[in-house]
Ligand binder design. Structure first.
Ligand SMILES: [Zn+2]
Length: 172
């Protein structure tokens, strides 16, 4: 189900900052068409802990090519970011706890959503919404759509802040 941001279980500011870091992570995807990332976050006394993460990509050891020549189609060999995130979770015998939040750059596709439901994910926050939304509305998972422009503002302010800090650090 898609809910309004006023019902977000954490502060909007914090959600946008976490999403900015998820987009930074998506930068490591080799996709030329749409780089995506997913990050499962556990909130410990209000502080985010990364439990697992993933970007979209191909099976290790296989070709990095993820789309057809004119970049209109993703190849079926591409493993979605959400699935990579879940696989990593399973590798360590971890699971999503009730209050954990899955941050995704993009709203999950029907297949990923099914896998996320199976894994016990109850809350998803995303920033780009795929044009098909029926499966999102039909799901029991609570879903929140952040404003992409606000996330971008957070990312820029984080870079500005980082540069400020670097400027005040004496060089040795
Ligand atoms: Zn998917």
């Amino acid at each position: 189900m898609r809910l309004e941001l006023k019902d977000l279980p954490i502060k909007l500011d914090q959600a946008e900052f976490i999403m900015a870091s998820v987009f930074a992570l998506a930068g490591s995807s080799k996709s030329k068409r749409r780089a995506t990332a997913a990050m499962l976050v556990h909130l410990h006394q209000g502080f985010p802990m990364i439990i697992s993460s993933g970007v979209n990509g191909t099976e290790p050891g296989t070709s990095n090519v993820m789309e057809n020549d004119d970049l209109t189609l993703s190849l079926p060999t591409v493993i979605h970011a959400e699935v990579n995130c879940l696989n990593r979770l399973e590798d360590y015998n971890l699971w999503a706890e009730n209050n954990d939040i899955l941050f995704c750059t993009d709203s999950p596709c029907p297949n990923c959503l099914q896998a996320l439901e199976k894994e016990g994910v109850q809350t998803i926050v995303y920033a780009r919404e795929y044009r098909l939304t029926d499966h999102l509305d039909a799901s029991d998972i609570k879903m929140f759509h952040l404003d992409l422009a606000s996330v971008e503002t957070k990312m820029r302010s984080a870079i500005d802040r980082m540069n400020e800090v670097i400027a005040t650090t004496p060089s040795v």
